[in-house]
Design a protein around this ligand. Structure first.
Ligand SMILES: CC(C)(COP(=O)(O)OP(=O)(O)OC[C@H]1O[C@@H](n2cnc3c(N)ncnc32)[C@H](O)[C@@H]1OP(=O)(O)O)[C@@H](O)C(=O)NCCC(=O)NCCS
Length: 145
């Protein structure tokens, strides 16, 4: 793949950026899929909470793909984008990208669509507020040059 053909990560701020550590690895030295899913859940839940102005629960994960392995020491960035909203639910497209810490080659490693539901203090679904998407611009603004 030439530099021009290289995939570029989304031009928005990641919801989460972290380093994959040895405790997150399996016996082969690759990072557990479950760890990556939990990072995606955390990142998407953070965006959902901002949209719903309150507590949310993950209700479904669709089309989960593990595209490439993540290695110990990689920088992992998780990007989220609201795809659609229902009465109480939000579909959020979530991608994780890896970057070898000493390199500049970003690679997409996972993608999925998570569904979050706004819930009340008793854990029951509640309608999204009328201005649900108003805070989105702050959550997904382009990164600074
Ligand atoms: C989230 C939860 C409160 C929803 O309860 P519920 O009785 O299904 O609520 P509702 O019937 O009002 O449905 C709520 C929304 O979820 C959607 N939904 C519910 N179950 C779903 C499923 N299995 N797949 C996709 N969507 C689903 C409904 O379509 C609805 O969307 P809409 O209001 O935007 O149209 C309940 O399923 C729950 O507590 N699940 C466990 C959540 C959890 O523990 N997650 C892990 C930790 S965060």
């Amino acid at each position: 793949m030439t530099p021009l053909e290289r995939e570029l990560p989304p031009d928005v701020l990641p919801m989460i950026r972290t380093i994959a550590m040895p405790a997150d690895a399996n016996a082969n030295g690759d990072i557990f899929g479950g760890w990556l899913m939990s990072q995606m859940d955390l990142a998407g839940g953070n965006l959902a909470q901002r949209i719903a102005h309150g507590r949310c629960a993950t209700v479904a994960v669709e089309a989960m793909s593990f595209i490439r392995p993540v290695r110990v020491g990689d920088e992992v960035s998780v990007y989220c984008q609201l795809v659609s909203i229902g009465r109480t639910s939000m579909n959020i497209s979530i991608e994780a990208w890896r970057r070898e810490r000493s390199e500049e080659n970003d690679e997409r490693v996972t993608k999925a669509v998570f569904k979050f539901v706004a819930i009340d203090s008793s854990g029951r679904s509640r309608p999204l507020p009328p201005n649900a998407t108003a805070r989105l611009s702050a959550a997904s603004r382009p990164s600074s040059p």
